[in-house]
Write a protein that binds this ligand. Sequence first.
Ligand SMILES: Cc1cc2nc3c(=O)[nH]c(=O)nc-3n(C[C@H](O)[C@H](O)[C@H](O)COP(=O)(O)O)c2cc1C
Length: 311
Amino acid sequence: MKIKNIEFSNNLILAPMAGVTDVAFRSICIDFGADAGVTEMVSAKALSYNNKKTEDLLITAPNEKIKIVQIFGNDPYVMANICKSEYLEKFDIIDINMGCPAPKIVNNREGSFLMTDIELASKIIKSCVNATDKPITVKFRSGFDSKNINAVEFAKMCERSGASAITIHGRTRTQMYSGKVDLDIIKEVKKNVSIPVIASGDIVDIDSYLKTIKYTNCDAVMIGRGALGNPFVFSDILGQEINKNKYNVILKHIEILRKYYSENFISGHIRKHLLWYLKGEKNASEIKKKISIEPDLNEVLRILKVFFGSK
Ligand SMILES: Cc1cc2nc3c(=O)[nH]c(=O)nc-3n(C[C@H](O)[C@H](O)[C@H](O)COP(=O)(O)O)c2cc1C
């Protein structure tokens, strides 16, 4: 896949996930075969106020050869200014979030709300495209709700407005993350535009990957929940033989975070990742409980060492 001037070497991308796709997790997924990972969604407005927490979301790892940032917002002027700001200078691709279903985002006329206001969505895309030479891409859903499935129209609008690629998650806003992904709408979108189309939804292994690619004819896929606690999903799909050592992955995750963030931040943030990594591990229920309440990161590491050492 080629997005404007950016050439990918495979078609597996770690999907943007707020609170999840931190620099360490992206780096680990790339080590296991993802060609790129997308940052957590970043508020253009917060960046325009130089919000420190938001700036921290822009940290990237040395092994991110293709750096993709995702921004969200509803003001074409603010979005364009961020696209040309120093903040995004190091990124190769700027993705605009037009699919987030969270009430506080939608009520603010951002994320998937923009699927209900195609004119505003188009203005945002055009102003970002005009602000930078970098490829601007858009991620959206099948529609706002089951009565308003407008992904094909929306995709054509993205292309007309200058987007270099699109990602479609085959669910509506009201579905949030429930039900099954609608591959038919993704297939329809792919048929109706000539820019690259990336499919998102329910890809968790080689079978679901092949099914999605074959059925929709999409150029690439994004993998989200299938990678939680399981960065090996990328090497599995690529057919690469690797050592699936979760303890090493956990240590690496924490080691990378420690380069950039405070112990306090990490001990709160890492907990959910640890619970995902421990999913499926035998006899882990006791340590899951301990880890959930342990505030000290070094103590958490000690608990994990004992657990994995006894295996
Ligand atoms: C915890 C979580 C956070 C997410 N955050 C974002 C986000 O910030 N931006 C975005 O475009 N999509 C976000 N998504 C949606 C995913 O990128 C993806 O499109 C969706 O989960 C469907 O793919 P999956 O079945 O592979 O998870 C999020 C999903 C989850 C589960």
